[in-house]
Ligand binder design. Structure first.
Ligand code: SF4
Length: 262
């Protein structure tokens, strides 16, 4: 017992002081991409042609759809001028699908729930997760939220087993035909008012499975989505930041000023 206590003292507190202090991210972390239009040669389409999920639209005003992006860096490798780069800004969440379509150095925005919903969920939010055909990458990051580093429970947010005990639904995966009815049944079983949170490129847009015969290209049009958390998979800080902004626990809307990592 004394040995265990000594180890705990030696290790100290492992929980991130987030959101009161910015987290230290690894050098290779791939956060919000930036687009520098001024570097694009006339008529160049190299990045858009290289993108496996048509997340980029080049020519004229270049646009990047964060809801589709797999953060695979194919576009970076294809660009001869270095016009695209990852920042280390983990802030990717948005409450509106259209806000995930970025032009240049924009940052998506999360609009906090209204006062009534914040009164209900602001201090205690129970979520039921449904894997609607995901590869489980998003589940691993959601799971990581419960470890001592991120410690989601300290904000009153917890995953629950039964939809009857939940205040909201977290969806991962592109919504396969096999999971469509189960997903809708789970949504119906959650008492109103309820939230829907789409996690990862698959749940937002179908990800790499987009337009496959057996998937629905995500939850759009199937359920009313309150929060989009992009990534493939999203980093736990992206998930935590988005959830806390939705609950009005983080109000600062400025970008996290991490440098580009080319
Ligand atoms: S990083 Fe995103 S935008 Fe670039 S090629 Fe990969 S999926 Fe497309």
């Amino acid at each position: 017992m004394l040995k265990i206590l000594a180890t705990r003292v030696e290790q100290g507190c492992r929980t991130l002081p987030f959101p009161s202090a910015l987290a230290t991210l690894p050098e290779r972390f791939r956060g919000r991409p930036t687009l520098d239009h001024s570097k694009c040669p006339d008529g160049c389409q190299a990045c858009a042609d290289a993108c496996p999920v048509q997340a980029l639209q080049a020519g004229g005003a270049m646009q990047l759809d964060l809801g589709r992006c797999l953060f695979c860096r194919d576009c970076l490798d294809a660009c001869p001028e270095g016009a695209i780069a990852y920042t280390r800004d983990y802030r990717l969440a948005s409450t509106k699908r259209q806000d995930l379509v970025l032009q240049g150095d924009e940052v998506p925005r999360v609009h906090a729930l209204d006062q009534k919903m914040r009164k209900l969920f602001g201090r205690s939010l129970k979520l039921r997760e449904v894997c609607a055909g995901s590869c489980n990458g998003c589940e691993m990051e959601l799971q990581a939220l419960n470890n001592v580093v991120f410690d989601l429970g300290r904000f009153g947010v917890q995953f629950v087993a039964s939809p009857r005990h939940a205040d909201g639904l977290i969806v991962t995966g592109p919504v396969t035909e096999n999971m469509r009815v189960a997903l809708l049944n789970t949504y119906e079983a959650i008492p109103s008012p309820k939230l829907v949170i789409a996690v990862g490129a698959c749940a937002i847009s179908g990800g790499p499975f987009r337009d496959s015969a057996q998937v629905r290209n995500g939850v759009e049009g199937l359920l009313p989505v309150d929060l989009y958390l992009p990534g493939c998979p999203p980093h736990p800080l992206t998930l935590l930041d988005g959830l806390l902004r939705l609950l009005g626990r983080i109000e600062d809307q400025t970008a996290v000023n991490y440098p580009r990592s080319d």
